[in-house]
Design a protein around this ligand. Structure first.
Ligand code: BQZ
Length: 666
């Protein structure tokens, strides 16, 4: 039995040996795409590039602050080579300053210390504050021949050494935090050494999960390198995009970190930047300056933001950004009503009504569906060692049995689950692995588990999991207790709750009880990443094998969150395939590796999928430069892909700012 801690990674050669097509697999049913997105593909540098312009200008509201000396001139606030957004890729061209962009979200800011894993409420607020070393969202529009890896961002350029075991990264020179403090390699080192590689910190990139034993060496103020113990490729750099590779303000955080501050604890560090203390220090386009709990977060432009348009206008165009703290369903309702500017329409329960309303010429939004990128799955915790009692140990031991997982999968009538979610053509079966909207999805490599109660019962009988006490529930093999699976589910998602109810009623028919345990999202985020659950039902967006890998893949000794104990038989091979994928920049090789990974996870029912659906991006028509082809999710969520820093609204249509002519005061 290979234990994760002693795992000897299979060689890349072994990993590259194809798993081959599925011998006895059932084929996936035919899929009807609802995607109506149309867009032209362009070059990477057609979107933006680092460079220098003759002159720069700023939002007029900042002029008085510069004149009074409260702010340095804009040219001194910008880096040597700002990121310049190209007008040719801006469907409505150079923007006008001012106004408010109005988000509505269902999450709540946990705190501002994202380096310790805290989120700021999701729905775009995280990405409004955080800037990361590289960027993925805008890649949806990059033409295939230039899909060579992530887009540059704070990392302006990079190169590998001859044997690809060293990656040297050059930071943008002269970027400043929103309080004017310089951003440099000390922030990057602190991010990697004192957060990612410190297992006491719940960073979004798990310890040792980045590229084969990577260590970081600072070369100078703006240059550093990763040193790997085996060759890597451009793909590994994708891990340095949102949500993993986003350094925090080391000049603020060190005084709370146990390695720098006497008496500090990791709990103190995690909660160093509480959500009721504003303004936070950020690199993002907007700074949180007001947080009214359960009501509203107001953000104001960051005067040090390091991006401009081709006319030299410092971005963003909007002076103010709101995050109304509501529900995810209300986000779509308000977008359709015109009181909110943005929604990823992703709850199929409101698709028909929202579509009907958005077809009206007078509607403030237009709904265009993209590919299927939202999928749902039941995660079973395979770690027997961390179980709290013998019954839980026995239950998790049963989860580790392939026939048990296959029985659960065959017991699901996924068509009925899809229709329970939303009547219509939206849902499609999801078994495990990549969503069909992923460029790496391959139907032929997906082992389908059709609805078959007889097969499910036979598999369960074969395991000796029979109803020994005649109460209608199967018992754990060997005369154990009833098989009752407590499953955590988000209290804030109707789609999650509805599906788990349908799944539970279908598993009850084969003698397995699933008990729903609703939790708020913040608790779930901790429960999930800490592996403190028996089972957990959640939505996922498995599009790339380089994004939040610990949610789904054995990408390191403590990943995935649902399998941190002894390996399941197929996990070493799966991890080797993932490592080979991440260290490859050969598209054909990666496509084959992705097929092998898809075959492994579906044949083994690594997760118990239910359905997957398309989503539609809704952006208010008064918002300019929102490209109509932007997908809700592809390389990243639409909040990144739509490039909010270049969005604008004509002065005559701008919403009134709540805090006009102000910026964060530190
Ligand atoms: C999009 C996204 C932007 C997280 C979150 C939320 C968390 C999960 C997931 C989505 C929300 C919106 O998704 O549903 O449309 O705006 O924020 O970050 O579901 O609970 O933990 O992975 O991204």
């Amino acid at each position: 039995m290979i234990c994760k801690r002693m795992r000897v990674a299979l060689s890349v050669t072994t990993a590259l040996m194809s798993v081959g097509t599925l011998a006895s697999a059932d084929e996936m049913p035919p899929e009807r795409s609802l995607s109506g997105l149309e867009y032209e593909l362009i070059g990477r540098a057609d979107i933006y590039a680092h460079g220098t312009l003759e002159n720069y200008s700023q939002a007029p509201m900042l002029d008085a602050m510069v004149e009074s000396g409260a702010l340095p001139p804009v040219a001194d606030r910008l880096p040597a080579e700002p990121i310049i957004f190209k007008t040719g890729a801006m469907v409505d061209g150079i923007g006008e300053y001012g106004g408010v962009f109005r988000h509505v979200i269902g999450g709540r800011p946990e705190g501002w210390n994202w380096m310790a894993g805290q989120h700021q409420g999701w729905g775009g607020i995280n990405m409004a504050m955080q800037e990361c070393l590289v960027r993925q969202g805008p890649r949806w529009q990059v033409k295939a021949e230039e899909q060579t890896g992530p887009l540059p961002n704070l990392a302006q350029s990079w190169s590998f050494n001859d044997d690809s075991t060293e990656l040297t990264i050059n930071l943008m020179q002269g970027v400043k935090w929103s309080d004017g403090d310089p951003f440099d390699t000390e922030d990057v080192r602190f991010w990697y050494d004192d957060n990612v590689q410190n297992e006491n910190v719940a960073s979004r990139m798990a310890k040792d999960s980045f590229g084969a034993g990577a260590t970081l060496e600072v070369i100078d103020e703006y240059t550093f390198k990763f040193v790997f113990d085996s060759p890597q490729a451009e793909t590994i750099i994708e891990n340095l995009a949102y949500i993993q590779g986003c350094p925090g303000p080391s000049h603020i955080l060190k005084e709370f970190h146990p390695d720098y501050a006497d008496g500090a604890t990791y709990e103190i560090y995690t909660n160093a930047l509480p959500n009721d203390v504003t303004p936070a220090v950020v690199l993002g386009a907007w700074v949180p300056v007001v947080h009214r709990p359960d009501e509203l977060v107001i953000m104001r432009r960051n005067p040090y933001y390091f991006k401009v348009d081709e006319a030299g206008n410092q971005l963003p165009y909007y002076n103010e950004m709101h995050f109304r703290l509501s529900t995810w369903g209300d986000r779509t309702a308000q977008a359709v009503a015109g009181t909110g500017d943005f929604s990823n329409m992703e709850d199929p329960g409101n698709y028909v009504e929202a579509l009907k309303q958005s077809q009206d010429e007078a509607s403030p939004v237009r709904a265009n569906f993209g590919p299927r990128v939202n999928s749902w799955r039941l995660l079973l915790n395979y770690n027997v060692d961390s179980a709290e009692n013998d019954d839980e140990k026995a239950l998790r031991g049963l989860f580790r049995e392939l026939d048990f997982r296959l029985a659960l999968s065959h017991a699901l009538d996924r068509d009925a689950i899809g229709q329970a979610l939303a009547r219509g053509p939206f849902a499609y079966p999801y078994i495990a692995g990549f969503a069909t909207g992923s460029p790496y999805y391959d139907a032929g490599s997906s082992d389908y588990h059709p609805f078959d109660q007889d097969k499910a019962n036979a598999l369960l009988d074969g395991l000796g999991a029979t109803d020994t006490d005649g109460n209608g529930l199967r018992n754990l093999p060997g005369g154990g207790g009833d098989i009752i699976i407590p499953a955590v589910v988000s209290a804030s998602s109707n789609a999650d709750i509805k599906q788990l109810e349908a799944l539970a009623s279908q598993l009850e028919e084969v003698g397995i009880r699933v008990q729903s345990r609703t939790q708020d999202q913040t608790t779930i985020d901790t429960t999930f990443t800490g592996g403190a659950f028996t089972a957990l039902f959640q939505r996922d967006n498995l599009i790339l094998p380089t994004r939040e890998t610990c949610r789904s893949w054995p990408s390191g000794p403590s990943c995935p969150y649902f399998s941190t104990g002894e390996d399941l038989p197929f996990e070493p091979e799966l991890e080797a395939k993932l490592a080979a994928f991440q260290s490859s920049d050969d598209a054909e090789e990666q496509a084959q590796l992705a097929k092998d990974m898809q075959a492994i996870v579906t044949q083994n029912a690594y997760t118990i999928g239910t359905v997957q659906v398309p989503a539609a991006l809704l952006v208010n028509k008064r918002v300019k430069n929102a490209h109509p082809g932007t997908p809700v999710f592809m390389y990243e969520w639409a909040e990144d892909g739509v490039i909010r820093e270049r969005l604008w609204t004509p002065v005559a249509e701008q919403e009134t700012e709540v805090l006009p002519d102000t910026i964060a005061e530190y």
